[in-house]
Design a protein around this ligand. Structure first.
Ligand SMILES: [Zn+2]
Ligand SMILES: [Zn+2]
Length: 429
């Protein structure tokens, strides 16, 4: 069989090849037994071929790798695969198909930054075999997309039990998909029955348990889940779940978590909001999150579900898998647009009290502030004198040099290789 690539196109940069190199941490020359794909923390990686997991999430102390996924694919392609430094989403004994999600990128172990270290070993495998360069082998590899495996729609039964416990959205746009716990022992259907009694005053769009999805409220309408946030949210409740659940408890309903991710992605597409997973520590914005986000980030209500044990990494990887997104946005990392808006919102008030701005005004304001930083390097007043045409004024206490120029002079005097006095124009050699 042909292998598929361990990562999606555009989700990584090849940062180190196979063979002899200096160890990036110790500086010692050694053989590099794999290749490195640099990528953001949380970027999914996939099984390259059909196989069986030898070691995965159950081990957390793999020398040098921190954590790894080791897959025996001798039967399908005659190789063992090693995925280093990441967060495994499979465990020893799991059978995987080519293209299955097996983990996400991190920087565990001996690593200078987030990347996937990927090795391939010939027969008989990681023990006794030989590490070979994966790149020639992967040159013909396809994309790790749905192969009949996990990237496809998960199996579930969907029941239509839409009732009266709903309100108009009053024209609000849907911005968030939110997860909830039940704090009870119901099934998807028994919880739906309870919600469908309007006298109980609570409802969700979906209840989910054991591969059953019950539609309780039409997503064009608001459910009664999150008080003032109802109008712009879609709400899903894991029937039988509790806010006190540990990660282990949640992983027992691994399949339901994946179903929730699938429903969230479908609704994000339908209503045009972001599939960004907003997890603790939260950051306000459109995307997929939980009830505690509404409490902590929007300041509405007091509920804390789904709770601290929820496996956000697993859920976010599922969401990324269904969106085929190349990276998962880092937690708390605002977009350039959000930074620009925040900067503008915190500028000194205009004398005329205006709050709008033209692009020209924003650029001028940025220039005014960045200008102070440039002055430190180039000398004072560079930007204030148009006749200089951006030529730095330099500093009189640095012998009329800019800071970089002064560094060159100092470096040359100290005999540092490559430093030179820029006033002389050429290197003294
Ligand atoms: Zn490496
Ligand atoms: Zn809730």
């Amino acid at each position: 069989m042909n292998p598929v690539h361990p990562m999606r196109p555009g989700s990584y940069v090849l940062s180190s090849g196979f063979g002899q190199r200096a160890n990036p941490v110790t500086g010692v020359q050694e053989g590099h037994l794999g290749v490195d794909f640099a990528a953001a923390v949380g970027t999914p990686f996939y099984a390259v071929a059909d196989g069986v997991v030898v070691e995965g999430g159950e081990r957390a102390d793999v020398d040098g790798f921190g954590r790894w996924v080791w897959i025996d694919c001798q039967a399908s392609v005659g190789r063992d695969l090693i995925y280093g430094h990441g967060d495994p989403l499979v465990c020893a004994g799991d059978a995987v198909k080519a293209g299955d999600l097996v983990g996400t990128v991190n920087t565990h172990g001996q690593s200078t930054g987030p990347h996937l270290h990927f090795e391939t070993w010939t027969a008989p495998g990681r023990l006794g075999g030989r590490a070979v360069d994966p790149l020639p082998w992967l040159a013909a590899a396809g994309e790790p997309v749905s192969t009949g495996g996990k990237s496809m729609k998960p199996d579930y039964v969907e029941l239509d039990r839409m009732g009266e416990s709903a309100s108009s959205r009053h024209g609000a746009q849907v911005e968030n998909f939110l997860l909830h716990t039940q704090e009870g022992d119901g099934t998807a259907e028994s919880l739906a029955n309870y919600l469908n009694n309007p006298a109980n005053g609570v409802s969700y769009h979906y209840t989910v348990r054991d591969g059953v999805v019950v539609d309780v409220v039409d997503t064009d309408l608001a459910s009664w889940s999150v008080l003032d946030a109802n109008s712009f949210t879609i709400n899903l409740c894991f029937a039988g779940s509790r806010v006190s659940w540990s990660r282990e408890d949640w992983l027992r309903i691994r399949d339901d978590i994946r179903i929730a991710a699938w429903l969230a992605v479908q609704d994000a597409r339908k209503y045009g909001f972001s599939t960004n997973v907003i997890r603790p520590p939260y950051r306000r914005g459109p995307g997929i999150s939980d009830h505690r986000y509404v409490t902590e980030c929007l300041g509405i209500g007091t509920h804390t579900d789904v709770g601290a044990g929820f496996p956000w990494d697993v859920f976010a990887a599922d969401v990324a898998d269904f969106t085929h997104s190349t990276t998962i946005e880092e937690d708390g990392m605002p977009s350039a647009e959000e930074i620009a808006k925040a900067v503008w919102a915190h500028r000194p008030a205009k004398p005329d009290g205006r709050t709008d701005a033209t692009a020209g005004e924003m650029l001028a304001w940025t220039d005014q502030h960045a200008g102070h930083t440039l002055d430190q390097l180039a000398g004072p007043g560079t930007k204030d004198d148009p006749s200089r045409d951006l030529d730095p004024t330099r500093w009189d206490f640095l012998a009329d040099l800019s800071v970089p120029e002064a560094l060159g002079v100092l470096g040359q005097r100290l005999g540092i290789e490559g430093f030179r006095d820029p006033r002389k124009g050429v290197s003294k050699g």
